[in-house]
Design a protein around this ligand. Structure first.
Ligand SMILES: [Zn+2]
Length: 222
């Protein structure tokens, strides 16, 4: 099955993907969605209640070395507060039995990349289950290569997500994995390890710009 490990709904207020639209596109493209909105699981829970087939995630704004960076929980049951120290956020993800997914760690064009510029790199060995090595919104192959070597360095499994904020982006990065029990993060992790990752990258500048404009208009976005 094809799993897009990083999708946003309109609950993130950065794009127009409603849960009904997401469902339609996922059926059409044969994609299984991991819904990872910023600092909320409301959209993911609504999707799960209506359509069952999704994994609930949350992309959490956390503090790394005094700066902000994102960290994602996959298979979460309870929402985790934003602005926590990275290690505290990770503990809260793990306390739920959820997986720690490290999104776009080196993306230079993003405000909240963990290892962006002055943040520096630090050791998250045994803290991170999965490093996102493919993200369809990253411009630089160099940034992706850094993510790949970091995942090797800390011995984490590699993952892929489109980071879709717009319908057209859904499924642009995905992992092909064997079927897994939707309530069993460990089984998913094992399958991901044996899986294959894919990525499509195009029209990034337009997508990033429109997302920023959309977020500005919908100013409730944190
Ligand atoms: Zn995201």
């Amino acid at each position: 099955m094809k799993v897009d490990m990083h999708i946003h709904t309109n609950v993130s207020r950065e794009g127009p993907i409603t849960i009904d639209r997401l469902r339609k596109i996922c059926l059409k493209k044969n994609i299984f969605p991991f819904i990872t909105d910023h600092n909320t699981i409301k959209g993911a829970l609504a999707y799960r209640e209506k359509y069952k087939d999704c994994v609930v995630g949350e992309e959490i704004k956390a503090v790394y070395n005094g700066r902000f960076g994102d960290i994602t929980g996959l298979f979460v049951n309870e929402e985790i507060k934003r602005d926590l120290d990275i290690f505290e956020a990770i503990d809260k993800i793990k306390a739920q039995g959820a997986l720690v997914y490290f999104p776009h760690p080196y993306d230079r064009f993003r405000k909240r990349s963990a290892f962006f510029e002055k943040n520096g790199e630090f050791d998250l060995k045994n803290k991170i289950d999965i490093v996102e090595i493919y993200n369809s919104r990253i411009f630089g192959m160099k940034d992706m290569r850094k993510a790949i070597s970091y995942s090797d360095k800390i011995n984490a499994v590699k993952g892929a997500g489109s980071d879709a904020h717009w319908p057209i982006e859904i499924g642009r990065s995905y992992a092909e994995v064997n079927e897994f029990d939707r309530d069993n993060p460990k089984e998913f992790l094992k399958n991901l390890k044996d899986g294959k990752l894919f990525m499509i990258k195009k029209g990034n500048l337009v997508l990033l710009t429109t997302t920023r404009i959309y977020a500005k208009i919908n100013s409730r976005f944190p």
